[in-house]
Design a protein. Structure first.
Length: 188
């Protein structure tokens, strides 16, 4: 088990005390990985990007350091077995005559949580092409594998972790990192 730093971006609608007492906060707008508590995995610039995009610059970023146990995470980024399981489940839903049309990732994950023995506390996924690099060129951190090709290594991948239950994530490391004047260690 290793330690992992994650960040949650929320609307700035309260005092630092309120935020620390009531957070982390459940996602209520566009829960693309299903219902839960969303965090940016490791990269603080992504939390700031979402604050600019999702909250028009009126945002707070909180941080938690948690014990990362891969057995607790349905990892659609780094676990190929999980990716294959997810694809197989999606295919089963497509073949079921009760379901019609295209499914979203969140719909499939919610169905899995309700209709299977889903033993995971969280889901980890990368939102490919979720950042518009034309509008946010400073977010594009990519190194080419070959100069004459378009393939690249993404140095700032937009990976999120969605915790299903609040009690699985909250711990004594929960703190505010932005804005600076909300931080407990802030001084003038």
């Amino acid at each position: 088990m290793s330690k992992k730093v994650i960040y949650q971006t929320i609307a700035d609608k309260g005092t630092p005390k309120d935020i620390l007492t009531n957070g982390p906060y459940r996602c209520v707008r566009n829960p693309w990985l299903g219902n839960g508590y969303y965090f940016w995995d490791s990269f603080l610039p992504l939390a700031h990007w979402w604050g600019r995009q999702g909250y028009h610059g009126q945002y707070v970023i909180t941080k938690i350091i948690f014990d990362y146990n891969p057995d607790d995470i349905f990892d659609l980024v780094g676990n190929t077995d999980h990716i294959q399981q997810f694809e197989e489940y999606e295919k089963l839903l497509q073949e079921d005559p009760c379901f019609h049309g295209d499914f979203t990732v969140g719909q499939i994950l919610e169905h899995m949580k309700r209709h299977t023995s889903f033993p995971f506390k969280a889901i980890r996924a990368e939102g490919r092409r979720s950042i518009n690099y034309f509008k946010e060129p400073d977010m594009k951190r990519q190194l080419l594998f070959r100069v004459d090709k378009d393939s690249y290594l993404d140095l700032l991948p937009p990976i999120q972790i969605c915790f299903i239950n609040k009690q699985d994530i909250i711990n004594e490391t929960y703190s505010i990192v932005y804005p600076e004047n909300y931080r407990l260690d802030y001084s003038i």
